[in-house]
Design a protein around this ligand. Structure first.
Ligand code: PMP
Length: 404
């Protein structure tokens, strides 16, 4: 069970006002808020042991290195990776995807096919288009239906022995749909394709088990799950990480360097060139601890209740349409009101202290599918309440009245 009043005390930002009103933060799919347990870890790092890692013999450097590697182990345990060196620290989901796409540029050739879904964030589309341009591989798209679900029969038809790589998000950021990745992974493997799952939207809502999923690559960002921005992780099966070439060259990722030849460091350092986001990595570990202290089963049950309540209340508004109506979805509601631009609704509700996202949510193909410029997206976290949803519903009604 969630003790909501206790949890809200953990988040200092939830007690500020915006435009004279207590903040209602419903832009969690863009970035989550940070509890004091994570903020304290950041302050402690810069106050007490800020140092560069992996290379210093001095005490501070060793303390920072230990904490950073402990964070890697926390991430390993959380996502149930078999080995800590299968976890690569990145600057976020986007970095992880680009790292893998870069690696495949030396593997793919003309005639090969790679497959994306119609439900992706631009970060899981553009790097692969760049890869296709470089290699001559062809990009295929798994189509979606009106409910915002992937059409699995079309996916199966598109798969062939030419398919080398499939990349799909675990949960859609624009609609909240939870994709049936277990089936997608199994079918992709059946034709010998590798698979990457973009877990950016899944990590705040559920615990992904990379071994049970048997996924080849899984990427995510800490800031979606109560951690700081600018840090994330790439999980890769060891065999794949051994096979892929380094992404960036620099310090940390080498074994030996001469002007004639450089040899690369072992995993995970081969993919971690330069000074990493040390504090961010440590805080990522603290965010994982925090979320597990609440419990993912508790989070899922609480958010499902919020979603049901908000869906019901919002649908009472005449002319309001929700996009993404799959039964299998997380606490994201993307909507429009007939005849009103989403941006105008977003602007008015902001005046009332409510943060929602408006626009295409970096998923233009989804907006094109529905033939709309964008939506208003309210995305809920375990620290939101039904009372806040009531405030949103009243604000949307008011916006509708002002704009109609
Ligand atoms: N994929 C999805 C599904 C996302 O929601 C996001 C963030 N909005 C990203 C990728 C990109 O994450 P980041 O900006 O942290 O790299």
């Amino acid at each position: 069970m969630i003790d909501i009043q206790q949890i809200r005390k953990d988040f200092p930002i939830l007690h500020r006002t915006v435009n004279g009103k207590l903040l209602v933060y419903f832009d969690n799919a863009a970035t989550s808020q940070t509890p004091k347990q994570v903020i304290d870890v950041i302050v402690d790092y810069y106050s007490n042991y800020n140092a560069n890692i992996h290379r210093g013999v001095h005490t501070l450097s060793q303390e920072a290195t230990d904490k950073y590697e402990q964070a890697r182990q926390k991430i390993q345990k959380h996502f149930n990776a078999a080995q800590a060196h299968e976890i690569i620290f990145t600057s976020g989901t986007t970095h992880g995807i680009n790292l893998v796409a870069h690696g495949f540029s030396s593997i793919l050739k003309k005639g090969d096919e790679v497959m994306v879904s119609a439900l992706e964030h631009h970060s899981n589309i553009v790097p692969w288009q760049m890869l296709c341009e470089k290699t001559g591989a062809q990009l295929k798209v798994i189509p979606m239906n009106d409910e915002g679900e992937l059409i699995l029969s079309s996916f199966e038809e598109l798969l062939s022995e030419n398919t080398k790589l499939v990349f799909v998000n675990h949960i859609s950021n624009a609609l909240g749909t939870i994709n049936p990745i277990e089936i997608i992974i199994e079918k992709a493997h059946a034709v010998g394709a590798a698979i990457l799952i973009d877990g950016a939207q899944a990590c705040p809502h559920l615990k992904a088990d990379v071994q049970a999923l048997d996924v080849d690559f899984y990427v995510t960002s800490a800031h979606k799950m109560c951690g700081p921005t600018g840090v994330g992780m790439l999980y890769g099966k060891e065999a794949w990480l051994q096979k892929l070439p380094p992404y960036q060259g620099g310090g940390e990722m080498i074994a030996t360097v001469t002007f004639e030849k450089t040899t690369y460091a072992d995993l995970p350092h081969k993919f971690e060139a330069g000074t990493p986001n040390i504090c961010g990595g440590i805080a990522f570990g603290a965010a994982i601890d925090y979320m597990n202290s609440i419990g993912f089963d508790n989070i899922a049950a609480y958010e499902a209740d919020l979603l049901e309540y908000a869906t019901e209340k919002l649908l009472e508004i005449d002319g309001l349409k929700i996009y993404g109506t799959s039964k299998n979805k997380t606490s994201v509601i993307s909507f429009n009101i007939e005849g009103i631009h989403p941006y105008d609704i977003g602007t008015i509700v902001d005046k009332l202290g409510i943060a929602v996202r408006t626009g295409h949510h970096c998923a233009q193909p989804i907006m094109d599918y529905y033939k709309i410029p964008g939506t208003v997206r309210a995305s809920f976290a375990f620290y939101n309440t039904k009372a806040e949803i009531d405030i949103l519903v009243e604000a949307v009604k008011r916006a509708k009245m002002m704009l109609s």
